[in-house]
Design a protein around this ligand. Structure first.
Ligand code: 16G
Ligand code: MG
Length: 536
């Protein structure tokens, strides 16, 4: 560790002691727990992010301080790799190890071990860009992070209060700056300019869109959506609701994408705001998830979730590829998880290849990279579209032979600019959905009628040890506890079109039970079976 100042690392580490009674884990969404317990974790994440950057020859690594859709008192942190993607798996375990070292001495030893085993050249520069959401605890947590970064002498850039997807964008933009693969200007303005310009080209010349109501979950999405509204101007009027980012206690409270998805209902605050037929959507607390919905003429609520978005977008892209005359050269595929509604899987499967993977953005993202154009969405509203490098080059070089081919090609090229390919991005996804609706002249109701959702229920069950639950086949079957899968199979057989699976949550100490059936009461019945006593 000759190039590191051990003394400064030691004294700063002493200032951020690990609470002795807590164990931390870098899970699917990074570290996430009560904000008041995360000080030592943030300090250590600063150190880890700097080491990650050194390991990658000084490429810029991102750090996002957020707990997404969780309650306001929670907070969390995740590290973003240089291409704007999730942290590589092996480093998730390093992060867990380092965050749990009981004392400063143990921590220094763990840092030393990581440097040796990962062969990190500590003389390399470290560059880190970081941001936080609107949670009050974020201010002191960022200060702890900055201590960790300065302990390693990292070049640190504070991106302020912004959304998770904008931070991912910045990481990629910084690392591609001045190269032929430049992702855009490395600033918030660069992001809004890129998305706004692409959107205006895509909907140009079409009838103006009706205003879209956006529930900002009283979070950081309110800031970003209001900037976006300025860039869009009259091309898409936005009506922003739940924008109270400084009122204590209201973040994600009875609003936001997760509320809508889990409760399957309109946020009460929108009850007198939303007119029948009007399109509306909810962002989550860090604006990487999106739920659309509308009220029909009778005032009944209809939800358009991640599966409906995937269906809308995938079908549109397939059509464009065909119209461009490229269907033999560019293969479009979709990635979902077991939570995808069976009706959506069937709809998609009739049109293009569909793959099911384990829950968690990184699994979907990696699977989507195997297609020329990979569309991935979780039912909960997180998703995006990936255009492979070779597909992007193919589109850039392609010579269309008719005006119709040329139009479709231009649309595809604009979509590459419109879509945040680093990670699911609620605002970029809003523009994507609105583009398709404008092109198809669909109302919410027409979009909704692409297929009819099978009734479903998702419940959580507290068990003695969720690690006793192990799954296979993209989480669709249990291999342990022994005998439980057979019991589920037996139950599912009693219901028409029944499907059910049980998996341990990656973010909470529970197992989740999903059930769907053709008839509502049967889906409810299938999800309410009790787990055998030995599971508790
Ligand atoms: C995290 C994941 C999300 C997943 C959810 C499942 C990321 C960035 N986020 O929020 O993709 O759907 O966890 O939670 O990967 P669960 O394991 O508790 O069901
Ligand atoms: Mg989120």
């Amino acid at each position: 560790m000759s190039h590191l100042s051990i003394d400064s690392l030691r004294s700063l580490s002493d200032a951020h002691p690990k609470p002795s009674h807590l164990r931390f884990q870098y899970g699917t969404a990074g570290f996430r727990t009560l904000g008041s317990t995360l000080d030592s974790v943030l300090f250590r994440v600063g150190v880890i992010a700097a080491l990650r950057s050194k390991k990658l020859d000084g490429l810029t690594v991102g750090v996002m301080v957020t707990a997404s859709h969780n309650p306001e008192h929670d907070n969390g942190v995740k590290i973003v790799d240089p291409r704007g993607e999730m942290l590589e798996g092996s480093w998730e375990s390093h992060a867990t190890t380092l965050s749990n070292a009981p004392t400063t001495d143990d921590f220094l030893e763990a840092v030393d071990a990581l440097i040796r085993t990962s062969k990190i050249d500590v003389s390399k520069p470290a560059r880190v860009v970081y941001a936080r959401d609107t949670r009050p605890s974020g201010i002191t947590l960022v200060a702890a992070l900055e201590d960790g970064l300065s302990a390693l002498g990292a070049e640190a850039r504070n991106a302020g209060v912004t959304t998770t997807p904008i931070l991912h964008y910045l990481v990629k933009a910084i690392n591609t700056k001045g190269t032929p693969d430049s992702y855009g200007d490395d600033s918030e303005e660069g992001y809004f300019h890129k998305l706004g310009t692409a959107f205006k080209s895509l909907v140009g010349g079409r009838p103006p869109l009706e205003p879209l109501l956006i529930d900002c979950a009283n979070g950081v999405g309110a800031l970003a959506a209001s900037s976006l509204a300025e860039y869009l101007g009259s091309s898409l009027p936005l009506v922003l609701e739940n924008t109270s980012i400084s009122t204590p206690g209201v973040l994600n409270h009875a609003c936001g994408a997760d509320y809508v998805k889990t409760m399957q209902r309109l946020p009460p605050s929108l009850a007198d705001r939303l007119k029948p037929g009007q399109r509306a959507c909810s962002l989550d607390g860090d604006a990487d998830r999106l739920m659309y919905y509308y009220l029909d003429e009778r005032g009944t609520f209809h939800m358009l979730d991640g599966d409906k978005i995937a269906a809308l977008v995938a079908a549109f892209i397939v059509d464009l590829v065909k119209s461009a005359g490229l269907e033999n050269d560019i293969k479009v595929g979709v990635v979902q998880t077991a939570y995808a509604n069976g009706a959506s899987t069937r709809y998609l499967f009739e049109r293009l290849p569909v793959k099911c993977v384990a829950t968690g953005v990184k699994h979907l993202h990696h699977a989507a990279e195997h297609y020329n154009i990979g569309v991935y969405f979780e039912a909960n509203g997180h998703g995006t579209v990936l255009f492979s490098q070779s597909t992007q080059s193919k589109l850039a070089q392609y010579q269309p032979s008719t005006p119709a081919q040329s139009t479709a090609l231009t649309h595809l090229i604009n979509l590459i600019q419109l879509i945040n390919q680093t990670v699911g991005d609620a605002l970029s996804d809003v523009l994507l959905v609105e583009t398709v609706l404008a092109h198809k002249s669909y109302t919410g109701e027409e979009w909704d009628s692409l297929y009819v959702d099978l009734p479903n229920r998702l419940v959580k069950v507290v068990v003695g040890d969720r690690n006793a639950f192990r799954t296979e086949n993209a989480e669709r079957r249990l291999v342990s506890p022994p005998g439980l899968q057979a019991k589920i199979d037996e139950l599912v057989r009693r219901y028409d079109g029944g499907r059910s699976f049980v998996r341990p949550s990656g973010t909470e100490d529970v197992v989740r039970v999903y059930a769907e059936a053709v008839v509502r009461s049967q889906a409810d019945g299938a999800s309410s079976f009790s787990l055998p006593a030995y599971c508790n």
